[in-house]
Ligand binder design. Structure first.
Ligand code: HEM
Length: 420
């Protein structure tokens, strides 16, 4: 028998391989203990926040709640290594780890580039990449692992193309990413063609420095010959009139090249699972592809691939009668907010025509609201706009499995049978 989950379980990567149990835990916490302390071994204690309204209130109050103090949950061992290496326990310094005017100045470097007006230019290119991957699926000839064979690779190709990373370097960048984040899930590394190995925070080689070295050559190139790509935008971006500091620039490359693929892949894969589990929704979407906009949002709400970010109150606060002292971090559980019955009375149901209001929180909220939201939904729409007219039949061909990660998790494998 599997043990029941507790708030402490949210620090254990294997917990997220049991999504039904996690949603059950979230529901219990929302009902009985919407702010609850977790004290898992090997981690500094933290508070768990599960209600939609509360998470939104924290996110819209950056003056009280800092993002940069303790941004994501890390084992104390890893925090100590980061502190020794970089002088703070977070390690990297991307947008998610910044606050105030410092954050705004860095975010504004790429804000327009990630905006709908600019990204619409790339719609035809993204549609071509979607066709390439649906063709690849067709080549599997009637059965494949939709997550590992297709959904995992499509957003990676899109992001690398928009970054401006040469195609022959994609595998290298992917390996660096996986070593940097050192996923607990050993199979992920083999998925990328690399055997599990020590790396990332605990490894002997400095992956962050390797990332920096790799992108340095591209930075130099784009400073000489700027193009319409993300690397050029970051390389030539200025903060208060000066080029970005090295650590911030490397972190920017890291977040831009990583934030968008496993997240979007989880929504594309999980979306197909939803369509198979709720066949009337597949029929509805097929009959009216005008629903692709709301469907893409629903794919993201229903899968909520980012499991948390954290915020740290700068002063003592009280939530539901419970005192949280200044400096004690709060874990914002986005998947829980996305299924909060106060906001989504039928939140477990997958509905391609779900109205857009009120907002789901799978992309966060407030000043750190996901910069890649438009890109992610554009990719999902492009993929399904290509797939649905060609897909005559699809069914599950085995048990799906999930990535073991406390941060970004979704389907790892999705065996399907299909007919084109
Ligand atoms: C931030 C989710 C796709 C780039 C975030 C945050 C979440 C999130 C929850 C933090 C928001 C907060 O703290 O309030 C997702 C999901 C995605 C996705 C679920 C796909 C389904 C992408 C893509 C990109 C991207 C495609 C770009 C290539 C970023 C960046 C930030 C961010 C740069 C930091 C923004 C800041 O701190 O100012 N995302 N994301 N994301 N995301 Fe995404």
């Amino acid at each position: 028998m599997t043990e029941p989950l507790s708030p402490e379980s949210l620090a254990r990567p294997s917990t997220f391989a049991r999504p039904a149990d996690v949603y059950d835990l979230y529901a219990r916490l929302r009902r009985d203990a919407p702010i609850e302390k977790a004290e898992p071994r090997g981690y500094r204690p933290f508070w768990v926040m599960t209600r939609h309204e509360d998470i939104m209130a924290v996110e819209r109050d950056p003056a009280t709640y800092a993002a940069g103090d303790r941004t994501v949950l890390l084992p104390e061992k890893v925090e100590a290594i980061y502190e020794a290496k970089y002088g703070d326990r977070n390690g990297v310094k991307p947008l998610t780890h910044m606050d105030g005017s410092y954050h705004r100045a860095h975010r504004s470097v790429t804000m327009d580039w990630f905006g709908p007006k600019n990204l619409r230019k790339f719609e035809p290119q993204i549609a071509d990449i979607a066709r390439e991957f649906v063709d690849r699926m067709e080549d599997f000839g009637g059965s494949c692992d939709f997550s590992a064979d297709i959904a995992y690779w499509f957003p990676l190709r899109v992001v690398m193309t928009l970054m401006g990373v040469p195609k022959e370097d994609e595998a290298h960048v992917l390996r660096l990413t996986q070593r940097l984040f050192s996923p607990a899930d050993k199979d992920l590394k083999t998925q990328a063609g690399e055997k599990a190995q020590a790396g990332g925070a605990g490894g002997s080689r400095d992956v962050f420095a390797e990332f920096g070295e790799y992108y340095q050559a591209l930075t130099d190139d784009r400073r000489q010959r700027p193009r319409d790509d993300i690397i050029s935008t970051i390389a030539n971006g200025t903060v208060n009139g000066c080029p970005m500091a090295q650590r911030e620039m490397t972190s920017y490359y890291v977040i831009a090249s990583t934030a968008g693929h496993d997240t979007t892949a989880a929504s594309i894969g999980g979306g197909l699972l939803g369509l198979m589990q709720f066949p009337e929704q597949l029929a509805k979407l097929r009959a009216d592809t005008g629903l692709l906009n709301s469907a893409a949002e629903e794919f993201v709400r229903w899968t909520a691939p980012v499991k948390h970010f954290m915020r740290t109150p700068r002063e003592d606060v009280t939530w539901h009668g419970v005192d949280v002292a200044a400096g004690e971090a709060i874990m914002l559980c986005y998947p829980s907010a996305c299924r909060d019955e106060r906001v989504f009375p039928d939140g477990d149901r997958f509905r391609v025509d779900r109205p857009g209001n009120p907002a789901h929180l799978a992309f966060g909220y407030g000043p750190h609201f996901c910069l890649g939201k438009f890109l992610a939904t554009m990719e999902i729409r492009a993929f399904y706009a290509e797939l649905l007219p060609r897909l005559k039949h699809v069914e599950l061909a085995g048990e799906p499995s999930y990535i073991e990660s406390t941060f970004v998790s979704g389907l790892k494998t999705l065996p399907i049978r299909f007919r084109f």
